[in-house]
Write a protein that binds this ligand. Structure first.
Ligand code: MEV
Length: 279
């Protein structure tokens, strides 16, 4: 029996607006979820894992071992990566390997539990890997960035709300249309600039501010973002965000990452350093 690994993801630009048909840009990351069918034991079966086993054609007596180093519910695609890893490993175990299109359709069924009205960007990114631009209902476009983006994924705390609740919150928000259009336009500019190797930090910071205006960034993450901006960083949440407690991971970009890291280390704030767009 072989184990499969599925990466997590970050949304570089366009979360939430992607649900309304605007473009988003996303990248897989080096941490993720491993899964393997095992003879006995296995991991606790959450609603998503149970659904993933069922849609992959496995029976409820199957045991699946799952190991994840993605923080749960923090914007790094943990639900999509878990469902993808479970479906893939079961189909391999059953001797019926699955292609990416079918895998996407099955994982979307699990995403409906996690997101309510998913755009599909999370499964699309973790299944394809690499860098993509994504528009709901259309085939993904693979991207090549001329220059990679160095960034820190700063943990602003685990959100209390689920992605589903945050997507519903935006759906009910009165001022969403204008902000969503602005994020969509900004994302299209960012996509062109990334391909041309132009500096996008300022625009991504604007995207972060639009998400704050949309109301998906809580007080803790807003004040942390403010401090990071005062130190010269560009900041945006990545993923659905959160209001009552933390807002998940923040992307922090700066020409002087050492200064940002010193601040985070001194404040005992956890972060992951990564680079997106390497070939
Ligand atoms: C979550 O990673 C991204 C959202 O835009 C929801 C979705 O697109 O399904 C918030």
């Amino acid at each position: 029996m072989s184990s499969v690994f599925v990466p997590g993801k970050i949304i570089i630009s366009g979360e939430h607006s992607v649900v309304y048909g605007e473009m988003a840009i996303a990248a897989s990351i080096s941490i993720g979820v491993s899964a393997e069918v095992v003879k006995s034991g296995g991991s606790k079966k959450t609603e998503i894992v149970r659904k993933a086993i069922e849609i992959a054609g496995g029976n409820s007596g199957l045991h699946v071992w799952i190991q994840s180093n993605l923080p749960i519910g923090s914007g790094l695609g943990s639900s999509a990566a878990t469902a993808t890893a479970v479906v893939k490993t079961i189909r391999e175990y059953l001797g019926k390997p699955i292609d990416n299109d079918e895998l996407f359709k099955l994982v979307m069924e699990c995403e409906k539990i996690a997101h309510g009205n998913p755009s599909g960007i999370d499964p699309a990114t973790v299944i394809s890997g690499g860098l993509i631009s994504f528009v709901k209902g259309k085939p993904i476009q693979k991207m090549i960035f001329k220059s990679p983006i160095r960034l820190l994924l700063v943990n602003s705390g685990r959100p209390k709300e689920t992605t589903r609740e945050m997507v519903e919150f935006v759906a009910q928000s009165k001022n969403k249309e204008e902000i969503i259009t602005k994020i969509g336009e900004l994302t299209e500019r960012v996509a062109t600039m990334l391909v041309n190797g132009e500096e996008v930090r300022g625009l991504l910071n604007d995207n972060g501010l639009f998400l704050e205006e949309l109301g998906v960034v809580g007080k803790t993450a807003r004040s942390l973002s403010q401090k990071l901006r005062e130190l010269g960083a560009s900041v945006k949440i990545t993923g659905a965000g959160g209001v009552v407690a933390g807002s998940g991971m923040l992307m922090a970009m700066s020409p002087n990452l050492a200064k940002i890291k010193r601040f985070l280390d001194n404040g005992n704030i956890s972060y992951i350093e990564t680079q997106i767009g390497d070939r």
